[in-house]
Design a protein around this ligand. Structure first.
Ligand code: URA
Length: 381
């Protein structure tokens, strides 16, 4: 078997075997297959698609490309959540401490932003001192100690996905159903959670531009979940406009803190958090009634429990909680420009993709994977 024959087979619209897909994933993970060879194959997959069998083989071999984590020490049910990406999406940062405050263990590995979409890890790192780069042993210790840990992807968890995702970004092959489904589900399988709530976004600021494609993507991920013995529930979120009021790492963290303190809850953000959370609680076996679950979440915020949990997690991972207590301490952008309309009217639309690209241009995101980001866009003139 060799990679050139595999590339030619996919280029010519043929179906790859399990062995060929495993050969590619193993070879690319250990460096025997080069970036340019992998790029050709990924582009051929992007153009010609994959059958359901090919997608299953791809996902499972990506999941097995590194460590597969056992979380059974936290109980029979471990609930996870993943978003297919968006602009102003600080849902995990708000939702997961609420869930943990209800006594449900939360083990969350998040990603960094790429392109115009933001990433939870970059946002959490806007809190001075907060460490997202910890190993699995410490990750588990944190969950035992405070019931929640939110970290970045370790080198060893689905390393094939890490390489392929960065490659896809640099060759403009991100928005493809097979490639997104395998990327997300390989990480979920490797992480060892058995119940997964997926936030599947669609619209201008998402990779899926319409609800039909979002449903197709969700359906593929649910089928993979079934094969892997994971219960998957998909929730569809429109992403034509940014979620909440803030876009940008520091601003989104401040918005999340204010939400957890119960100070300000933008309606769209609140609806998404409550909807996803009500299913997480249900999957965790802590409540069948979704409306009651939403009320439990609101109670946790109103009683200060969700914010307290967030503070515990931040402190436990080295973050300076004085920034949470007083958000004025966060460094802000050097320049502020108020855009005041010279006539009365109603804003009909705010294009999420354009706002995401603008934030990225100001320093909030990366254009290339090695770019440094500027959490407060301090240096922008
Ligand atoms: N999130 C992921 O983890 N992978 C993708 O391909 C898209 C969104």
């Amino acid at each position: 078997m060799n990679i050139l024959d595999i590339i030619a087979k996919k280029r010519d619209k043929n179906v790859l075997s399990k062995e060929e897909i495993e050969f590619f994933i193993q070879g690319y993970t250990n460096g025997e297959i080069t970036d340019y060879q992998a790029s050709s194959l990924i582009m051929a997959i992007y153009i010609n698609g994959m059958t359901d069998e090919e997608l299953t083989y791809l996902t499972f071999s990506m999941a097995k490309s590194g460590e597969v984590i056992d979380l059974s020490e936290f109980g029979e049910t471990i609930v996870d959540k993943h978003s297919t990406g968006g602009v102003g999406d600080k849902v995990s940062i708000i939702l997961l401490p609420i869930i943990a405050s209800l006594g449900i263990p939360v083990a969350k590995m998040s990603g960094r932003g790429l392109g115009f979409t933001g990433g939870t890890v970059d946002k959490m790192e806007a809190i001075p001192g907060y460490n997202t780069n910890i190993d699995i042993t410490k990750f588990k210790e944190n969950i035992h100690k405070v019931g929640i840990s939110m970290i970045g992807q370790t080198k060893n968890l689905a390393p094939a996905d890490k390489k392929i995702y960065e490659l896809r970004d640099s060759i403009n092959c991100v928005d493809n159903i097979s490639l997104i489904a395998s990327s997300i589900m390989s990480k979920k399988i490797a992480l060892g959670s058995n119940k997964i709530v997926l936030e599947v976004t669609y619209g201008k600021g998402a990779f899926m531009k319409n609800i039909e494609d979002a449903k197709l993507l969700a359906n593929k991920m649910e089928k993979i979940g079934e094969l892997a013995n994971r219960e998957v529930k998909s929730i569809f979120t429109p992403m034509d406009e940014p979620i909440g009021y803030a876009v940008g790492n520091t601003l989104e963290i401040i918005e999340a803190i204010n939400f957890l303190k119960g100070k300000q809850m933008p309606e769209d953000l609140k609806n998404i958090v409550l909807e996803l959370g009500s299913y997480m609680i249900k999957l965790a076996g802590q409540g069948e009634n979704l409306e009651e679950n939403k009320q439990k979440m609101l109670d946790s915020i109103n009683q200060g429990l969700a914010y307290e949990k967030f503070k515990q997690m931040v402190q436990n991972q080295g973050g300076d909680i004085s920034y949470l207590e007083n958000t004025d301490k966060f460094e802000k952008a050097k320049y502020e420009l108020k855009v005041i309309s010279d006539k009365c009217g109603i804003i009909q639309e705010i294009n999420a993709k354009e706002i995401g690209e603008l934030a990225c241009f100001l320093g909030a995101g990366r254009v290339r994977k090695e770019d440094e980001i500027d959490k407060a866009v301090r240096n922008c003139t």
